[in-house]
Write a protein that binds this ligand. Sequence first.
Ligand code: BES
Ligand code: ZN
Ligand code: ZN
Length: 445
Amino acid sequence: MISTNKKNYEITLKAITKDSKVNSVVVLESGASTLVSEDKTIYYCLDSKIDMRGLANLISSIIVSAKYDLNIDIDSFLEILENKEEAFQIIVEQILFVTHKPFEMKSEESKQKSFNLLFDSKYQAIYDSSEIKLEFVNFARDLQDLPPNVGTSVEIAKRIKEKAEKIDGIKVTIMGRKEADKLGMGSFLSVNDGSYVEGQIVVLEYCSDESLMKTAYVGKGITFDSGGYNLKPSSSMVGMKFDMSGCAIVSSTVMALAKAKAKANVVSVGMLTDNRIGGHATLTESIVKTMNGQTIEIGNTDAEGRLVLVDGMTYAIRKLNAQRLVTVATLTGAMIFSLGRWFTGTFTNNEDFLNEFNEAAKKANEPVWNLPLIKEHLKVMQSSKIADLSNTGNIREAGSSTAAAFLNAFSEEKPYIHLDIALTADSDGRGLAPMTRTLFELLNK
Ligand code: BES
Ligand code: ZN
Ligand code: ZN
């Protein structure tokens, strides 16, 4: 539980520096904390040169290791740190992230500590904005954490709809197989063919200013990726419930923008289905037709993310008139070799759009790194003898870039950024909802 500037707990955590004049029992070494019971204070000796990532990690460890409910004197941290507004935002957002009670289905509920945050009223506006952002980051994380038997496409669509309907100014549209079929989304539907759960397309629209360029966020929403007939080995199937993270992230971001009453023109398109085997599941070497009329030879049913995304992109462009696009997807395992868990990979066809995006990522303090996307990558994906495209290509090299090139073949020359969150979406069995804050900052004007 978090409160601000009102209810006081017994003990207050205060930051000091090595040079602070305090009770002589206090350890004045960076990183040391001392409880002085007569002051009812824990003194934390802060290194004034700590960088922003270090600060976020420090706040996490303070919260996780707290033995009692605490007041946290944020002003005492800011007195020591240089970039005060940025530091305030990082501290608050980290607290709101770490104290979120994670989804669980245990018979006994785990107990959580409470914190009261003390800060100057001049930071209230930043706090309010961070609180909204984190409400939706945490909503996305809760969707990510759902086990696949609970978090089916129908259930996730329902939860997003319920949440979105409570916010002013959002139009919610949910489409199923019938609508997808009518739209000619043969690529999306081919992934859903093996499932007993109907695929769902969740569209959220928020526009507070028609004069703004419309941005579409399209998210991969594979509620479980077994690989399909190109079945994954057991060890690779671990964590595949998180394959819907893109959908959770894009939907949550639009909700956050609406709740913050941002001056924005944005839509999210979440492409939900599981990817499994069964009598009706799509066979490898099948050829499907996308909503924009291109044909795809399915070289591997496990490269399903791109198959659902491309129909979502076409829908965003042709039906919603999106003028620029971002896709968010746990798309390729190859990210483990390029960026690991340290960065989300970006791919783009437009440097200006990327520069704007990078500014937003910096503001949100989320690590991103750009990877190449060139014509040669597309050539690899055009290697099918029978169809316009293959969903795997004829070589394995640069798998994340060739996947991005495949997606870019559906951007219809609109400014486009693809985010591969395969390695950043989750950690230690928990969803992290990466890029929600960045995508919020990108459009929060
Ligand atoms: N969902 C996976 C990508 C993934 C792998 C995400 C590991 C998170 C962790 C995706 O659908 C997939 O299976 N991609 C294949 C593509 C290949 C068949 C061309 C991959 O990366 O191996
Ligand atoms: Zn797959
Ligand atoms: Zn997948």
